[in-house]
Design a protein around this ligand. Structure first.
Ligand code: COD
Length: 162
């Protein structure tokens, strides 16, 4: 059984993330979408909130699990019996960073393969930061985030503005 890990911050989840999850679920037997608990970052949504939102948008996919992790991705992948990491690629700017990450991860664990999925061109400009930026000025984010979590995200953005 091929188990792939799709790691990220998902702060918050966007339609770009959802597109990668959906496509990966058609390629691998199982996809574990996992939120990094990064003590060095100050996220807008807690780990629990991000996990919950991911669960809400993936509950119809039988082969998708949502989880969170701390520490190194290679250790987490081992724990999940996986040697495949899925990453999404938008522009060249993603490539440079992701290329370095893929090489570092393979240096740390030679079994680990990083598989890249090109963004869907409908979402190539979408990122969690853009969602937060637009939302913080009261702009409409309805085409950027999944319908199921739109209200939750809007509520938090409004609270941050007030
Ligand atoms: N279209 C396609 N893909 C997208 C889109 C989009 N519109 N938006 C985001 N993505 C992809 C990103 O390219 C990324 O692959 C993934 O979705 C998650 O994105 P984010 O922004 O939510 O998450 P990141 O990039 O902040 O996540 C970083 C990780 C958590 C993956 C990384 O920091 C990590 O693995 N950390 C663990 C520690 C470790 O092992 N580090 C490596 C050794 S130093």
């Amino acid at each position: 059984m091929t188990v792939a890990i799709y790691p990220g911050s998902f702060d918050p989840v966007t339609n770009g993330h959802r597109d990668i999850i959906e496509r990966a679920s058609r390629v691998f037997d199982k996809v574990v979408v996992s939120v990094l608990e990064n003590p060095r970052k100050q996220p807008m949504f807690t780990i629990e909130e991000r996990v919950e939102m991911l669960k809400m948008i993936t509950n119809s996919y039988e082969n998708v699990e949502v989880d969170s992790f701390q520490g190194l991705l290679i250790d987490y992948a081992k724990q999940k019996n996986s040697n495949i990491v899925v990453k999404g690629l938008r522009a060249m700017s993603d490539f440079e960073f992701e290329f370095q990450m893929a090489l570092i991860n393979r240096k740390l664990d030679s079994r680990l393969e990083t598989m890249f999925m090109m963004t869907n061109n409908r979402y190539s400009y979408v990122s969690s930061s853009i969602v937060k930026e637009i939302g913080s000025y009261g702009g409409d984010i309805c085409e950027l985030v999944p319908n199921e979590v739109y209200n939750i995200i809007m509520r938090r953005l409004r609270q941050e503005r007030d």
